[in-house]
Design a protein around this ligand. Structure first.
Ligand SMILES: Nc1ncnc2c1ncn2[C@@H]1O[C@H](COP(=O)(O)OP(=O)(O)OP(=O)(O)O)[C@@H](O)[C@H]1O
Ligand SMILES: [Mg+2]
Length: 311
């Protein structure tokens, strides 16, 4: 059953189409991944779903309530974990949550229980009375998640919740998201980390230039790219015109230079390898390592957009 329906959503800032006709649906109880590079339109889409921004056209329906018309009802059902943590550093964790609870309509007699419940969910119960200014980046992110859950939403939208934090906090957040499923909370998980999306998400939408360019379960998406392989070629130096030279070879679908390596999507690795080695040699460089991988979300993304997910 569908919990969220996004139809033909459009939002422009001046002449820039940040969201350009995006459509997707999220089913009740799933973790839905929204995957896209910087500037794809993920945060803008989220702001439109939450009613923080007004769309130029299109429709967002949360559990039958239309955002912009039944906005108050839709808002009650939706929790948001923004990309930048929205917390007051001089207040304690508990005081922050009481604030967000009150803003989101939690009544005074429910507030203590709600605060304790969400502190448990994110594993910060023992730090409840400490000032947020003393929290690590990862703890702030976890408190940010608690704030999104304070009014018991059915849908929690998380905007890149693990960017710039240590691996331990990251794992903690991933496990928290997994556990939300058992609490009957539907999650939209926005990220440009393929591994997180592969680990967490039941279904995934790939967003680029404000549009959803593919949507499905992980096996469904990978099937789209199953005739391709990802080749990573490490070179001793990266010649200026290498990208164009490799792109011109037959069987090369896409190529980018990233972290001093060439990443290729190809339909025939065996044929491409000797050709690519020769082209690299001709430009005065040498191959130091070659890896061939099965298609994954990252190579599918490269094939679909010609871009890397990460800068
Ligand atoms: N308030 C705004 N005013 C003008 N342009 C904006 C505004 N917000 C977003 N944009 C532009 O809209 C496009 C989409 O931005 P958005 O923040 O939605 O992308 P994103 O997918 O969340 O990217 P990131 O991964 O970097 O967070 C970008 O080109 C951005 O510069
Ligand atoms: Mg964003």
């Amino acid at each position: 059953m569908t919990l969220l329906e996004v139809k033909e959503l459009k939002k422009a800032f001046g002449s820039r189409n940040a969201v350009n006709g995006a459509s997707f649906s999220v089913r009740r109880g799933e973790v839905f991944g929204l995957l896209g590079p910087n500037g794809a339109g993920k945060s803008t889409t989220i702001a439109l779903i939450c009613g923080v921004l007004k769309a130029n056209s299109g429709e967002v329906v949360v559990d039958g309530f239309r955002v912009g018309i039944d906005g108050a009802n839709a808002k009650k059902l939706t929790g948001i974990v923004p990309q930048e943590p929205a917390l007051y550093p001089t207040l304690s964790a508990k005081a922050n949550l009481r604030f967000w609870g009150t803003i989101n309509g939690v009544t005074a007699d429910e507030l203590d229980d709600a605060v304790n419940r969400v502190l448990q969910v994110v594993g910060l119960a023992d730090r409840a009375d400490e000032k947020v200014a003393k929290f690590s980046g990862g703890m702030k992110r976890r408190l940010n998640i608690a704030a999104g859950l304070i009014h018991s939403p059915k849908l929690l939208i998380m905007d890149e919740p693990t960017v710039g934090i240590d691996p331990q906090s990251r794992n903690h957040i991933l496990e928290t998201v997994k556990n939300l499923k058992d609490r009957d909370i539907t999650v939209i998980y926005t990220s440009h980390y393929v591994e997180e999306v592969e680990y967490l998400c039941d279904r995934v939408a790939i967003m680029d230039n404000g549009e959803i360019i593919s949507e499905g379960t992980l096996p469904e998406l990978l099937e789209q790219g199953s005739q391709f392989q990802e080749l990573t070629i490490s070179v001793n130096t990266v010649p200026d015109d290498i990208e164009g030279a490799i792109r011109a070879l037959s069987h090369v679908e896409e190529v980018i230079v990233q972290d001093g390596q060439l990443k290729l999507v190809t339909s025939n690795a065996e044929k491409v390898l000797p050709l690519a080695s020769a082209a690299i040699f001709e430009l005065g460089a040498a191959v130091s390592e070659i890896k061939i991988k099965k298609p994954n979300l990252e190579s599918l993304f490269l094939k679909l957009t010609g871009k890397a997910l990460r800068d």
